[in-house]
Design a protein around this ligand. Structure first.
Ligand code: ADP
Length: 400
């Protein structure tokens, strides 16, 4: 089944075309990105497998034109991978926020769209863009079924003691204020892959999944169900990230707003875009730049990295307590998949559990691998995440 997977932002559309032959056997036919939608000069970069890359620079006024462009690229005489649009059997969309409405993926209909619309209040930067993407796709491929997969859905199994904030109950009841968690599709993928690699049913495992990219979050997964996660009502909290502050005393916000006369938007912009390892180091939000600066003796870059390792260990350690044990720790996403030093520094904190890392295995990149030594009682894995594959599988299952 040929499935188009779409990840729509406010000014960009990322896509992958997958031919799903079975659950694990699939061909990536093409991937690409439409960028700078709404700006004078837009760009389409289309990368078909085994064919020349297609780059087009032209104004892309809205998401509908963006969708038309990427579909045209898919059937382009030179860089196309399809004979006609009719070959696309379903479209799967990534949606950031589904709140309490969705604990799994869903076939798009008017009711589903209205619930995603209600969730716009919780994710004003993301959900409106996803809706634009779905509606644009409905216009250009009106007969093709569309499915939505939510970043929050996997975390819907959290118990109240984990998802509630200790504020007056009415804010939960009336306003939906609670921990939702994000990166759920990634945590779901790597935890199920981890169980496969361990050759055990996921129902018997306690797994801590560390998604460490530009945005980072950790999930505690007991018996295949998420029981806690570090991101909250929004993706701002939990670990210090590339540019997000992570956990912070709300009193700091009041203090800085009063002292520097910031508006709430200015304050949140600082906490979302200028904080995290960028804010601490003053160097970069990119962990490769931080590694180079720290090696060259930059103390603040070193502090930023130390803080990041400490927080990952601290939150993951709290999940060992939450689950009363742990069988496996998984690292994924840009930093988790690539930074040997970060993984080693975090694993050092788990010496008390007997975790030992095999240096040679920890040097391998880009593949699923166990990096703990065979005698380590807690297994440690690096598993490259694949959110698009999860979306394509869910789309196929729902449509068929
Ligand atoms: P996003 O959250 O935007 O999807 P990614 O998962 O792609 O982010 O992760 C991006 C991060 O991965 C960047 O901070 C980048 O520095 C980091 N990264 C990529 N390669 C390496 C590497 N070799 N060593 C350390 N960090 C890396």
């Amino acid at each position: 089944m040929i499935i188009l997977v779409i990840n729509c932002g406010s000014s960009s559309i990322k896509y992958q075309l997958l031919d799903m032959k079975s659950d694990d056997v699939y061909d990536l036919m093409a991937k690409g990105v439409v960028e700078k939608i709404g700006l004078p000069e837009g760009i389409l970069t289309h990368k078909p497998t085994g064919k020349p890359v297609l780059v087009r620079n032209l104004p892309i006024p809205d998401h509908k034109v963006g969708m038309e462009l990427l579909l045209a690229a898919l059937v382009d005489p030179e860089s196309g991978v399809l004979r006609s649009f009719d070959d696309i059997e379903a479209v799967g969309h990534r949606i950031v926020q589904g709140a309490d409405f969705f604990s799994g993926s869903a076939l798009v209909d008017e009711d589903v769209l209205s619930k995603i619309e209600i969730c716009c209040d919780f994710a004003p930067l993301h959900n409106p863009a996803h809706l634009l993407g779905i509606r644009a796709m409905q216009k250009v491929l009106p007969t093709v079924p569309q499915v939505v997969t939510f970043d929050t859905a996997f975390h819907q199994t959290m118990p109240g003691k984990a998802f509630m904030y200790a504020v007056p109950y009415e804010y939960y009841e009336n306003d939906g204020v609670r921990r939702y968690g994000f990166h759920g599709t990634s945590h779901r993928y790597v935890s199920s892959r981890c169980a496969e690699l361990m050759g055990k049913p996921i129902e018997e495992l306690k797994i801590i999944s560390c998604h460490m990219g530009n945005g980072s979050s950790i999930a505690a997964i007991d018996g295949g169900k998420c029981v806690d996660t570090s991101m909250g009502f929004t993706p701002l909290v939990g670990l210090p990230m590339g540019t997000r502050c992570g956990d912070l005393d709300a009193g700091v916000i009041q203090f800085l707003m009063n002292k520097h006369h910031y508006s709430i938007d200015e304050m949140l912009n600082i906490l979302n875009k200028k904080s995290g390892v960028l804010g601490i180091s003053g160097v970069s939000s990119d962990f490769r730049d931080l590694d180079s600066a720290a090696s060259a003796g930059n103390e603040r870059a070193k502090l930023a990295l130390d803080m990041f390792h400490y927080w990952v260990a601290k939150v993951a350690g709290s999940y060992v307590a939450a689950m009363n044990g742990v069988d496996a720790i998984v690292f994924t996403a840009g930093v988790g998949e690539n930074s040997k030093a970060t993984r080693a520094a975090i694993c050092d904190y788990f010496g008390y559990l007997g975790v030992t890392v095999d240096n040679e295995a920890n040097s391998v990149r880009g593949e699923d691998i166990m990096i703990s030594t065979p005698d380590s009682p807690v297994k440690v894995f690096v598993i490259p995440t694949n959110e698009e594959l999860v979306i394509a599988r869910d789309t196929r299952d729902i449509v068929s």
